[in-house]
Design a protein around this ligand. Sequence first.
Ligand code: FAD
Length: 293
Amino acid sequence: MKIIEKLKTVKTSISFEFFPPKTKELEDALFNTIKELKPLNPTFVSVTYGAGGSTREKTRDIVKKIHEETDLTVMAHLTCVGHSKNEIKSILDDYKNIGIDNILALRGDIPLSFEKEKLPLDGCKHANELVSFIRENYKDYYCVAVASYPEGHPESPNLERDIFYFKKKVEAGADFSITQMFFDNSYFYEFLERCQKEGINIPIIPGIMPITNFSQISKFASLCGATIPENVVKLFEKYADNPEETKKIGIEFATKQCEDLIKNGVKGLHFYTLNKSDATIKIYQNIKNLIEQ
Ligand code: FAD
């Protein structure tokens, strides 16, 4: 079922993001995670894609397996960088054939191993072109989501410019958006206000990254331009040698973040699970009284 239709029927959507595991053992662990998260009744789950096509088959196999072996609604991420339009079309034809109708349309980052001169000339340069390509070739078959960035995308000179391009993705036919992780809700509220002023009216779902391993998450955050406030850095640095305590305060921090978002009327919460269930389940249990599905 199309996610945009499901979003109309729930007050606060819950969703989970997974990445395609590299080994059979890790795949079994992922399906165990999915089994544990299923009782939380997610509106949808999504599976990431390796930019340049590095996980092309794996992403497709995991998406297909979730679709066929569970009753979860699943969305496939697809990055256009490094793909010709023919390749993109064959990926999308395949998803249509197996009954997938939700796509997160992304540009992706050019992998370091790619030679820029060898990139296909007829590909999509930016995510808005991918959204247009999907709409031109598949009309309304797909529900199309896009990424957005409460603090601006790292390549963008400023937030205003980034919102200008976000709007292009919406005008091209995006149905809803999921945001990059952020650790200070004021960025998200300000972003929503600015989007509203620009006439962007699609649902924007905040991406939540629970901090369960501070050095790992702070590396992710700095790569994608998400600020970790100084007081939060200090809090986690205090427990640098204590993984149990780190996890505990990470869950407390994400719980407070989600409580505040729900109280401010967000449409949903999208958890970056890193293929693990325990932190997400604990956060969910802490906020479930506030969630109306
Ligand atoms: P775009 O929307 O194309 O934007 C990229 C940059 O170009 C921005 O600075 C923007 O301001 C600018 N821009 C946009 N359109 C134009 C235009 N027409 N002309 C000029 N400039 C323009 N990466 C993966 O590899 N795999 C994944 O599965 C994945 N999943 C993600 C899920 C979410 C929810 C998010 C938030 C990000 C995800 N990413 C993923 C990361 C994403 O691929 C990178 O952030 C990438 O750098 C940008 O992708 P985009 O789709 O936002 O690109």
